[in-house]
Design a protein around this ligand. Structure first.
Ligand code: IPM
Ligand code: MG
Length: 359
């Protein structure tokens, strides 16, 4: 069976890190058909839209999407609907990619890259599950209007709507519990139930879903405390499940605990197993085209793609162990370089992973 994969390199360092990930996928000798399409600012320049219809159609017709990164300062002045970020938001919404899995793992070789003390982060292995198609990101109504009543009547005001439907909470909670079952069976649901109605409802539904998973230990935490606990004692967490906006913020924080955001992949899944896989880092336009970006997060995203959308866990393991070998052998891109290691460029890191795969 041929697996159809859409490759969307995007902007900034996207194309160069993607090139290495595609080399790795091709080296596995699988039956893959790989098609590339423009996305983000690159697509805007080429076709006048960050998510052109052909790109969306290709993504929707594929088993999985491998996504690089989008965004560049030069597009910041465009109207919102033409900004590169709309591409990723559009793909999430149009493909129904509601479950975002963001692992934060500390590789032992990179322990000193973290800004936290080694004794706090060593062995860190957290999975953040972020709901990705609801919440204040997509809630209607939203906009800018003239306030009709209250203290600020007559003034212009900006507004967004935080909302979660029961079925949306149930399905992401299930992903949380099922992921926890495959790990250390601890799930922490993060909300702001002391203030927000949406959050209190979220908490009530999560508690109800928990009845189906008596083997998982469920806890609840307010998001401000969770932000604190992540830097104070991050190893208390196994799986965290949370809404879109809290997950956006906490997943960046968790990624930074590892000191190497250039190492972290992510998966965004829909209910039919289709997925979009992307590095957790951004497009880093300041270092684009210089062969210094770290391709490992994208290579590891390709591994997640094989595991979650193509059902090829053994092939995913192969990539992941090749990456571990490369780190153990001392190869480092600039972002994770330290004394007594060997600094390599983007393409050389790709070469090293290919060699480790073969050996
Ligand atoms: C992320 C990013 C996006 C988000 C932006 C680029 C729209 O920060 O994937 O975390 O806010 O979801
Ligand atoms: Mg973010």
């Amino acid at each position: 069976m041929t697996h159809k994969i859409a490759v969307l390199p995007g902007d900034g360092i996207g194309p160069e890190i993607m090139e290495q990930a595609v080399r790795v996928l091709k080296a596995l000798d699988l039956d893959l058909s790989i098609d590339e399409a423009p996305v983000g600012g690159a697509a805007y320049d080429l076709k006048g839209h960050p998510l052109p219809p052909e790109t969306l159609a290709l993504a929707q017709a594929s088993s999985a999407v491998l996504f690089g990164a989008v965004g560049d300062w030069k597009y910041d002045k465009l109207p919102r609907e033409h900004r590169p970020e709309q591409a990723i938001l559009g793909l999430r919404r149009q493909m129904g990619l509601f479950a975002n899995l963001r692992p934060a793992i500390l590789y032992p070789e990179l322990a000193s890259a973290s800004s936290l003390k080694p004794e706090i982060v060593s062995g860190l292995d957290i999975l953040i599950i972020r709901e990705l198609t609801g919440d204040i990101y997509f809630g209607q109504p939203r906009g800018v209007r003239t306030a009709v009543d209250g203290q600020f009547a007559g003034e212009r005001e900006g507004y967004d709507t935080m909302r979660y439907a029961e079925s949306e909470i149930r399905r992401i909670a299930k992903v949380g519990f099922e992921s926890a079952q495959k790990r250390n069976r601890k799930l922490c649901s993060v909300d702001k139930a002391n203030v927000l109605e949406t959050s209190q409802f979220w908490r009530d539904i999560v508690i109800d879903v928990a009845k189906e998973y008596p083997d998982v230990e469920l806890s609840h935490m307010y998001v401000d405390n969770a932000a604190m606990q992540l830097v104070k004692a991050p190893r208390q967490f196994d799986v965290i499940v949370t809404g879109n906006i809290f997950g956006d913020i906490l997943s960046d924080e968790a990624a930074m605990l590892t000191g190497s955001i250039g190492m972290l992949p992510s998966a965004s899944l829909n209910s039919s197993g289709q997925g979009l896989y992307e590095p957790s880092h951004g497009s880093a336009p300041d270092i684009a085209g210089r062969n210094i970006a770290n391709p490992l997060a994208t290579i590891l995203s390709a591994a997640m793609l094989l595991r979650y959308s193509l059902g090829l866990p053994a092939q995913a393991d192969r990539i992941e162990s090749a990456v571990r070998k490369v780190l153990a052998a001392g190869y480092r891109t600039a972002d994770i370089f330290e004394e007594n290691t060997e600094k390599v460029g983007t393409a050389q890191m790709g070469d090293a992973v290919l060699k480790a795969l073969a050996g």
